[in-house]
Design a binder for this molecule. Sequence first.
Ligand SMILES: NC(=O)c1ccc[n+]([C@@H]2O[C@H](COP(=O)([O-])OP(=O)(O)OC[C@H]3O[C@@H](n4cnc5c(N)ncnc54)[C@H](OP(=O)(O)O)[C@@H]3O)[C@@H](O)[C@H]2O)c1
Length: 303
Amino acid sequence: MKHVTTVVGATGLLGGAVCKQLRAAGLPARAMVRPTSEPGRVERLEAAGVEVRQGDLKARSSLDALCEGARAVISTATSTRSRQAGDSIQSVDLEGQLALVEAARHTGVEHFVFVSFAPLQGNFPLQEAKRAVEQALMRSGIPRYTILQPTYFTEIWLSPALGFDFLNAQARIHGTGHGRLNWISVEDVARFAVGALGRPRAWNAVLQLGGEEALGQLDVVRLFEQRSGCQWKLEHIPEQALREQFNGATDPLQRSLVALMLNVALGGPVDPRPAMEVMALRPSRVRDYVERVLAEQPMGLLV
Ligand SMILES: NC(=O)c1ccc[n+]([C@@H]2O[C@H](COP(=O)([O-])OP(=O)(O)OC[C@H]3O[C@@H](n4cnc5c(N)ncnc54)[C@H](OP(=O)(O)O)[C@@H]3O)[C@@H](O)[C@H]2O)c1
């Protein structure tokens, strides 16, 4: 009997959370990993009872084997942060995801959950790839699809890795810092992805995911300042500078990353309530994230 869910992107931030939640719900999970995937992440999947199989979105035959016998596929993969030779937006986010949809159809997968992102301003390769895969999935003939369109992840965009350095009370602010976004936690996106499998109202649906509160980067700085008592040092990247970088970028990844930053500057709230209603789920708040990351610093802030 088909019952396993195949997760593509399982060694990533969101895919790892999806696997953990599938296993916590007692559901069998199969993960695609690559010979180059970080060994610690593969070990954590195995320790959680996930069946690990080698594959690559660029190798069509591996995709058929991965989908064979699976009832559902959840794809969170992207080449934007985790890149190996030959990986690009074209080869992975577009052609690889299209090949995965085709492999899922060919092998009789019943439900395909695709993690895209909420519509953003501007034409750029990552957005074009996401929209093309959404369209192909909707037309694929796979009996059920769920397209999730989350906004910006708190754990990525409000983290030191992207210049939101709560450890040192300093931040790189895009534009004025007043552009409002419904930041969402990775764990919440995983809850929506796993929840969609058993929720008929989430089938054949496109769901925009975001936190309930739309906040500018400066609002989040204020939350950190209030909670920690430290005043932050801010560096602003003017919107005009981001526009110039965007217009001058010829590399598809670079153009896409600048477009994402420019959209942080511009802001663009979404209405998260329809998805919350369909899924009967309520995302956590940015202030919960602030509490969590500050509590995780045993020595307090480093400033
Ligand atoms: N970051 C945000 O704010 C945001 C917002 C909305 C939507 N999203 C979307 O959310 C999804 C998950 O993001 P994330 O942060 O979890 O990504 P991530 O941590 O960078 O993980 C990417 C995953 O994709 C896999 N991958 C890359 N190239 C591959 C290939 N050729 N074949 C097979 N697997 C490949 C990686 O595998 P290896 O470990 O083997 O490299 C890894 O498991 C993405 O689709 C992203 O577009 C992100």
